[in-house]
Design a protein around this ligand. Structure first.
Ligand SMILES: Nc1ncnc2c1ncn2[C@@H]1O[C@H](COP(=O)(O)OP(=O)(O)O)[C@@H](O)[C@H]1O
Ligand SMILES: [Mg+2]
Length: 270
């Protein structure tokens, strides 16, 4: 058997070229390039305000880019609204998950996509929900319990399962492990690997370098709305953090240089 996790050379699912997004005078994204292949996890990392969520929202059809082109499976596309993204095969799990606490797992997975809206075929939906969760080896005790009684990791699992219902080619996960403890994080990272092994392209936003390193095939760094390097999981923390913060030219190091010069001048005067 070939080890797909080490050679993510599937079809090019997504290709962004020079994507920019302005909000009035604010440039949230400038000339962003990004490629994602089938069977590959791309981690999108960057400091607060780097443009990660804006980029995900452009791909989800929530925001329209000011300029640049988006190609999906080799064809240039316009993602005019969220339903256009979904219809193409781009699924998004936003950070807030948007689950209904009082509804059970089946209802949440099928929210808005009930199999037979007229007669809500509960049995088929339950079978489909179980099949999906079993394929993902998800640890959900029952599909008939309310989401309110699930752990954070199980909720993330339900949200991911829901996004897979329409058999997307690309899935976008905004901070899937942000609110989770160690064991639940491991569970969600395993789940992300299984999603990749189904042949999907995965884009995962994360602040946690350990999580990124554990699961990503490539690490794309954004800084101040621009590309700031592509790295691999064996990159040192120092190098990654340097790319994220711009350590070589940041204000902290500039300030320390300036202070050193001041100290020298004062030394010369006294
Ligand atoms: N709807 C919006 N209106 C105006 N400015 C926005 C909007 N969304 C994001 N921004 C700005 O765009 C920049 C990037 O934000 P964001 O994409 O949320 O970054 P990240 O997710 O990496 O923290 C920030 O300066 C933010 O204030
Ligand atoms: Mg964000």
């Amino acid at each position: 058997m070939t080890d797909t996790s080490k050679s993510p050379a599937g079809e090019l699912v997504l290709s962004l070229s020079k994507i920019s997004k302005q909000f009035g005078a604010v440039s949230a994204l400038t000339d962003i390039d990004l490629e994602v292949r089938a069977g590959e996890v791309v981690a999108l990392v960057g400091d607060n305000g780097a443009g990660k969520s804006t980029l995900v929202k452009v791909l989800a059809g929530v925001h329209q880019p000011t300029s640049g082109t988006i190609a999906f499976r080799g064809k240039e596309v316009t993602l005019a609204d969220p339903s256009a993204s979904l219809a193409l095969g781009i699924a998004t799990v936003f950070q807030d998950l948007a689950l209904c606490e009082n509804l059970d797992v089946v209802a949440n997975i099928f929210l808005g996509k009930e199999l037979h809206p007229a007669q809500l075929d509960e049995v088929s939906m339950e079978v489909r929900a179980w099949t999906l969760l079993r394929e993902l080896s998800a640890r959900i005790p029952s599909v008939r319990i309310a989401v309110a009684s699930l752990s954070g990791g199980q909720r993330q699992t339900v949200a991911i399962a829901r996004s897979l219902l329409l058999e997307p080619k690309l899935i976008l996960l905004d901070e899937p492990t942000a609110a989770l403890g160690v064991a639940q994080t491991a569970e969600v990272l395993d789940l992300i690997e299984r999603v990749r092994d189904r042949g999907l392209g995965v884009v995962m936003i994360s602040h946690n370098m350990e999580d990124v390193r554990a699961v990503a095939d490539r690490i794309v760094v954004l800084r101040l709305g621009r590309n700031n390097g592509v790295f691999y999981p064996d990159t040192s923390n120092q190098e990654l953090v340097g790319a994220i913060t711009g350590a070589s030219d940041n204000s902290v190091s500039r300030r320390s240089v300036r202070r050193a010069k001041l100290d020298l001048n004062q030394g010369a005067q006294s």
